[in-house]
Write a protein that binds this ligand. Structure first.
Ligand SMILES: CC(C)(COP(=O)(O)OP(=O)(O)OC[C@H]1O[C@@H](n2cnc3c(N)ncnc32)[C@H](O)[C@@H]1OP(=O)(O)O)[C@@H](O)C(=O)NCCC(=O)NCCS
Length: 177
């Protein structure tokens, strides 16, 4: 599957992406923003991708630039019983941060979630020390709905995890299309 924007293209992840995921997810500057703390091997990552590809509810897309450079990943983990999903994103190639690519990739997958998958609600968790991601999520219309206090341990200290969500009617209101 392909979702096209102005700056990025989302495509289904592939087993051959595994090497890049391992490099990115083992980078301390990236995994400090994620909840994964375990170091991954190539073998483990290939197994994870193979698992995702088998499960219909795991909508995992590679984020590529217009030039076809794979720079990260965005996902919607859907619970069909309740029509909700958990959203996740990271851009692993750090020189592509702060250029609007994450905002566009997020907008594309949210649109896919609400319009194609007919989801009712999309939620996420974000660490308190990630103001860049929080800015992107607020811009898209996510609302803060709760805090898991001192949830994550990072460099010997505990940090809050903010919970945010957006409902289909809020999305449609925002992006009347
Ligand atoms: C979070 C992430 C997906 C955002 O993607 P991106 O392409 O870098 O974001 P965008 O360029 O679309 O928007 C970032 C905005 O935050 C702003 N920003 C950057 N650093 C900031 C900071 N320290 N404080 C506040 N705002 C900040 C940018 O200026 C930009 O705003 P603008 O468009 O008004 O100028 C990406 O940076 C990333 O993958 N980071 C590492 C992993 C991660 O944090 N994943 C999310 C886990 S919840």
């Amino acid at each position: 599957m392909i979702l096209k924007g102005k700056k990025v293209v989302l495509r289904t992840i592939r087993l051959s992406d595994a090497g890049r995921f391992v490099k990115w997810l083992n980078d301390p500057e990236i995994h400090k923003f994620l909840q994964i703390r375990k170091r991954l091997t190539l073998r483990q990552e290939k197994k994870i991708i193979a698992g995702f590809l088998k499960q219909k509810n795991k909508n995992n897309f590679a984020i590529e630039t217009k030039e076809g450079i794979h720079i990260g990943s965005v996902s919607l983990d859907v619970n069909k019983d309740h029509n909700h999903a958990v959203f996740g994103i990271f851009i692993g190639e750090k020189n592509y941060w702060n250029q609007g690519l994450g905002s566009e990739a997020s907008r594309l997958i949210l649109n896919f979630g609400f319009k194609k998958l007919k989801l009712h609600r999309i939620e996420l968790g974000v660490l308190e020390y990630n103001p860049r991601a929080i800015k992107v999520y607020k811009r898209l219309g996510f609302k803060r709905e709760g805090i898991k206090r001192e949830y994550i341990k990072f460099q010997g200290k505990y940090f809050d995890n903010f919970h945010m969500s957006i409902l289909d009617r809020e999305w449609k209101q925002r992006y009347k299309k």
